[in-house]
Design a protein around this ligand. Structure first.
Ligand code: SGN
Ligand code: CA
Length: 535
C-alpha cells in the first residue's frame, strides 16, 4: 500500500511538474517594470565603481536581479531628464517624435498616442502604473493607475498627493512615498487585478530624486562614514564647451533645502521668507555656506558628504522595497513567470565633475541601470555590454509578450540579446542622444550626440544666450572612452582625430536621418518654445 501511494504521488508530481512546465511555456509572462528617479549605476553595487567598493552591500535586492538574471552595462537614455525619458520608454520613440522633449514648458505628454501599456492591454494584459509618472497628463492604457501629482508632478517624499484612475485625488499622509508605492503595488497585485490575466505593473519610485529625503529607517545608515570622493570631483572643465557654466555644482548650487538646514526661527518668518531661505544659493547666486569659515574646497567637501549620505539613504529605501516585491513574487508563486526589470529614468552625478543632477551626455547621467530577470529564459549572472537605449524597452516587452511590434516604434527589441541568441555583429554600433531644456533648471545647453563602444561625439548646437536663432557650427566635444573613461579631455580638432571625427559625424547624420530628427530650425525652436507649465 505504501509503495503504491508513493508511486501514485510520484506520478502526480511528475505529471503536475510536466503540466506546469507546459503551461509556463505557453503563458504570456507577467511583467514588473521597476523604475526609480535619478538612480545612477554608480550607486548600485552590482555595477561596481567606487561606491560599490566602499559599500559592497549597498543594494542587495537590485543585485539579486543581476545574480538571477542579466545586468546590462551599456544602456542609455535618449534625453537625460525625467518626463522625456518616461515618454521615450512608453512609446519606444525619441523625444522629437513622441513630442515630449522637456519637463518644463515643453507641453505635456500626448496620452492619445500609441504606448506599450496600451498594446499590452489590447493583447489581454491587466496593466497598472503606481508611483511617479511626471508626464503632465493623466495616464492612459492602464486598468489601474495611482500616480503622484503634487509638486508639479514630481511628487513629494511625505504627504504625497496621488491621482487615482485619472479622477480621484488622494493625499497619503501615513508613509514615506517609497513605502506608499510599495503598499499600493502590493494591494493591486493581491486584490486589485483580474487574477486570470497576465499583468504588467509599472512600479515607480520618486526616490532618490532631489531633495534626497530618506525614510526614517534609512536616515542614519551613513552617519559615521566618510563617503569616498570621485576622481573627477575637481574637474576644471578645461577644453569643454558647456560644462563650466552649469548650475549643478556641488559647491555653488546645493541650497539649504537640499542640505536640510532649517531656519533658526521659522515661527517668526513669513511663508515668503521661508521659501527664500530654502532657495538661497539656487542657480548661480552666492553659494550658501553654514558658516563664514567654510568656503571653497572645504565647503564643497562638506556639501558632498551631506548630499551623498541622504542620496544613498534614499537608494537604501528603494532597494528595500524592491526586496519586498521580489519576496512577494516568491511567496505567491509568481517569480517564475514574471519578468522583472529594474531601471531609472536616467543616471545622475554623484559628485563626478563636481556635480549633482543630470542632463549632460557624459556617462554618469547618460547611462541608465538596466537589470532583467526572467527565470528559465535569461541565464543567471549574465552581463551584456551591448549598446541599448530606453526606446528599446517598449519593443522588448512587446516581444516577450508575443505582441507584434508596430513598425513606427523606433527602438529595437533586446530580447535576443538578453536571451543570448542574438547573432554576433547583428546589433547596432552606436546610440543617439538629444537634450533640449535650457536654461532651467541647471543651465545645461541643448546638445545632441552619438556614442559608439569607444567614442563619443557631442554637438552643443545652440546657445540662445550668445545668439538667438543661430546655429553653432564649432561647439563640439570628442572623447575616447577607452583612453579617457572619465571624459576629461576634449579631443575635438586635436591632431590625429580628424578621421574618427569624420566617421562619427557621418554616423550621426545617418542616425538623425533614420530617426527622423528635426531640421536645425526646429531644434532651436524646441529650446526656445515656452508652452505648458512655466517655472
Ligand atoms: C526639479 C529639481 C531639479 C531637477 C528637476 C528635474 N529641483 O526641478 O534639480 O533637475 O526637478 O528632475 S527641486 O529643487 O525642485 O528638486 S527630473 O528628474 O524630474 O527630471
Ligand atoms: Ca529623473
Amino acid at each position: 500500500l505504501i509503495n503504491l501511494t508513493v508511486l501514485s504521488a510520484f506520478i502526480t508530481l511528475f505529471g503536475c511538474a510536466k503540466n506546469t512546465h507546459e503551461t509556463t511555456k505557453a503563458k504570456q509572462p507577467n511583467i514588473i517594470f521597476i523604475m526609480s528617479d535619478d538612480h545612477a549605476t554608480n550607486a548600485i553595487s552590482a555595477y561596481g565603481g567606487r561606491l560599490a567598493e566602499q559599500f559592497p552591500d549597498l543594494t542587495p535586492n537590485i543585485d539579486r536581479l543581476a545574480n538571477e538574471g542579466m545586468i546590462m552595462q551599456n544602456t542609455f537614455c535618449t534625453n537625460a531628464i525625467c518626463g522625456p525619458s518616461r515618454a521615450a520608454i512608453l512609446t519606444g520613440k525619441f523625444s522629437h517624435v513622441n513630442g515630449f522633449f522637456k519637463n518644463e514648458s515643453g507641453g505635456d505628454f500626448d496620452g492619445t498616442q500609441q504606448t506599450f501599456p496600451k498594446l499590452l492591454q489590447t493583447a489581454g494584459y491587466q496593466t497598472a502604473v503606481i508611483g511617479k509618472w511626471h508626464l503632465g497628463t493623466a495616464p492612459t492604457g492602464f486598468d489601474y493607475s495611482k500616480v503622484m501629482i503634487n509638486h508639479g508632478g514630481q511628487g513629494t517624499y511625505h504627504n504625497t498627493v496621488f491621482l487615482e484612475n485619472g479622477k480621484d485625488t488622494v493625499q497619503e499622509n501615513s508613509f514615506h512615498s517609497s513605502r506608499q508605492v510599495w503598499e499600493d503595488a502590493k494591494k493591486w497585485l493581491t486584490g486589485g487585478r483580474d487574477q486570470e490575466k497576465p499583468f504588467m505593473l509599472m512600479y515607480q519610485f520618486k526616490a532618490p530624486h532631489r531633495p534626497w529625503t530618506p525614510d526614517e529607517q534609512f536616515q542614519h545608515v551613513f552617519d559615521d562614514v566618510e563617503i569616498v570622493e570621485p576622481e573627477t570631483f575637481n574637474d576644471t572643465y578645461e577644453g569643454k564647451v558647456a560644462a563650466g557654466n552649469t548650475w549643478q555644482t556641488i559647491e555653488r548650487n546645493l541650497n539649504r533645502k537640499d542640505l536640510k538646514v532649517a531656519p533658526p526661527h521659522p515661527e517668526k518668518m513669513t511663508k515668503k521668507e521661508i521659501a527664500a531661505w530654502y532657495k538661497y544659493g539656487n542657480n548661480n547666486e552666492e553659494p550658501w555656506s553654514p558658516s563664514d569659515e567654510l568656503k571653497g574646497q572645504a565647503l564643497k567637501k562638506w556639501k558632498y558628504q551631506k548630499y551623498m549620505k541622504e542620496y544613498l539613504g534614499c537608494v537604501k529605501g528603494v532597494d528595500h522595497y524592491i526586496g519586498e516585491m521580489l519576496n512577494y513574487l516568491d511567496e505567491n508563486g509568481l517569480a517564475e513567470n514574471t519578468i522583472v526589470i529594474y531601471t531609472s529614468d536616467q543616471g545622475f552625478y554623484l559628485g563626478e565633475h563636481g556635480w549633482f543632477d543630470k542632463r549632460m551626455m557624459y556617462e554618469e547621467s547618460f547611462k541608465m541601470p538596466f537589470l532583467i530577470r526572467y527565470p528559465n529564459h535569461i541565464a543567471p549572472k549574465t552581463v551584456s555590454k551591448k549598446l541599448a537605449m530606453n526606446v528599446d524597452f517598449a519593443p522588448t516587452l512587446l516581444d516577450f509578450a508575443g505582441v507584434d511590434i508596430p513598425s513606427d516604434i523606433q527602438g529595437r527589441s533586446i530580447k535576443s540579446i538578453v536571451e543570448g541568441t542574438e547573432p554576433e555583429n547583428d546589433w547596432r554600433d552606436a546610440v543617439y542622444y538629444h537634450y533640449y531644456e535650457f536654461p532651467w533648471w541647471h543651465h545645461v545647453l541643448p546638445h545632441y550626440g552619438v556614442r559608439t563602444e569607444r567614442y563619443k561625439l557631442i554637438h552643443f548646437y545652440y546657445n540662445p544666450e550668445i545668439a538667438k536663432e543661430q546655429w553653432r557650427e564649432k561647439d563640439w566635444e570628442l572623447f575616447d572612452l577607452e583612453k579617457d573613461p572619465n571624459e576629461l579631455y576634449n579631443l575635438y580638432e586635436k591632431a590625429g582625430y580628424e578621421e574618427i571625427t569624420q566617421q562619427l559625424k557621418t554616423k550621426l547624420q545617418a542616425m538623425q536621418k533614420e530617426y527622423k530628427e528635426d531640421s536645425q530650425e526646429d531644434m532651436m525652436k524646441k529650446t526656445d518654445i515656452r508652452i505648458g507649465r512655466v517655472y
